[in-house]
Design a protein around this ligand. Structure first.
Ligand code: NAD
Ligand code: WQD
Length: 343
């Protein structure tokens, strides 16, 4: 029998891609998701790619009794990858309690249920948001954590502390926190990808929706930053590359190669790209032009951030491989496929 990995939030954007990578690596997967920000049809996409369907439980992880009952029904869980969370920064400013409750109660429930069921291994989705606007670039895992600029960001900082404290308490937890930079793109099959509800907040889905005609034009938030072309700079990491890092992290935990302390890794490409560079890459990759205009800076945006990935490269033996052009092609193929399906 294959080893069973729980993926919370597994019908979501990064969770679905990671589920595919886990299945293809020979693991069994149990997805737990309440479908708050994803669709059940994602399971079909996963099955088409991987040739196997993950187990699926529709459950709110804030329901502790439900989590305990679920773990009873699936004996032999080896590890948990915890993606499930709310993730929209502006929404977290408007509804902080909803964010603190969902993102923190779910984490605490899982850690308690893991203790009860003697499940040791845990991988957590953290974010580059913990660095705020760094004083020095690129950012390493030792760069200072800045005061969070949103309740969402704060939930990631607090979550890392909760995990660290639980390890220090000697509760038998072994964990890796992965700090993602800006995940973009889709599986090359175009069977799964990012599907934001409503108006996209993030750059790449806004570009693909504009290119396909759902949005009229992209607003570029600011061209007066202190960057080479004036637009803001980020580290855009391909979602399949990002997902592979989760399989590597699970292998590391299961083979006992991790250090006993909480391990934290930046997951990015190491290269900063401006908004204008991303737009140019999309047009080059797809041949599709779309309208955009420069508007004021968006509140709360930082000027630039990109990762130093040396630790993930050396310790995990992982590195980003897919280039920006191929990533843009994958995002565009997914956008076209999903709109065809929805027609
Ligand atoms: P997503 O919204 O696509 O996926 C999250 C999934 O979790 C959704 O399917 C949602 O239905 C589910 N979920 C939320 N609350 C739940 C609950 N209480 N119980 C059960 N299921 C629940 O988001 P994503 O982009 O795949 O992000 C995954 C993780 O990575 C999140 O923790 C997010 O904060 C983190 N992250 C994302 C980004 C990014 O830009 N996408 C960057 C850094 C970190
Ligand atoms: C990227 C760049 C925008 C939309 C967010 C979260 C962060 C992390 C990743 C979870 C910025 C510009 C965007 C648009 C634009 N998520 N932009 N027009 O803000 O770097 O990070 O996602 O942990 O916490 O804050 O990502 O994709 O929104 O923006 O010009 O319509 O694109 O100003 O420079 P961001 P993004």
């Amino acid at each position: 029998m294959n080893e069973l990995i729980v993926v919370t939030g597994g019908t979501g954007y990064i969770g679905s891609h990671t589920t595919v990578e886990l299945l293809e690596a020979g693991y069994d997967v149990l997805i737990i998701d309440n479908l708050a920000n994803s669709r059940i049809e994602v399971l079909d996409g996963i099955e088409k790619i991987a040739g196997r369907r993950p187990f699926f439980e529709e459950l709110d992880i804030c329901n502790k009794a439900g989590v305990l009952d679920c773990f009873e029904r699936y004996p032999g869980i080896k590890a948990i990858i915890h993606f499930a969370a709310h993730k929209a920064v502006p929404e977290s400013v408007a509804k902080p309690l909803m964010y603190y409750e969902n993102n923190l109660v779910s984490l605490i429930n899982l850690l308690q249920a893991m203790k009860e069921h003697r499940i040791k291994h845990f991988v957590f989705s953290s974010s580059c948001t913990v660095y705020g606007q760094p004083d020095k670039l690129p950012v390493t895992e030792k760069s200072p954590i800045k005061i969070a600029s949103s309740p969402y960001g704060n939930t990631k900082q607090i979550s890392e502390e909760i995990i660290n404290d639980t390890i220090l308490a000697g509760d038998g937890l072994d964990a890796i926190c992965l700090r993602y930079f800006n995940p973009v793109g889709a599986h090359t099959s175009a069977e799964i990808g990012e599907l934001p509800l409503g108006v996209p907040q993030n750059l790449v889905p806004f570009i693909t929706q504009t290119a396909i005609g759902i949005r009229e034009e992209l607003s570029v938030f600011g061209d007066d930053y202190n960057t080479p072309d004036g637009s803001a700079v980020r580290d855009y990491i391909n979602v399949v590359d990002l997902s592979r890092a989760h399989v590597v992290s699970i292998n590391r935990l299961l083979s006992g190669k991790n250090k006993r302390d909480l391990e934290i890794f930046n997951l990015g490409t190491g290269t900063g790209l401006s908004v204008f560079e991303v737009i140019k890459a999309f047009v080059e990759a797809t041949g599709v032009e779309f309208k955009y205009k420069v508007v004021d800076r968006r509140d709360g945006d930082i000027e630039q951030v990109y990762a130093d990935t040396t630790l993930a490269n050396d310790e995990l033996g992982w590195k980003a491989e897919v280039g920006l052009i191929d990533t843009m092609k994958s995002a565009w193929a997914w956008e076209q496929n999903i709109r065809n399906q929805m027609e």
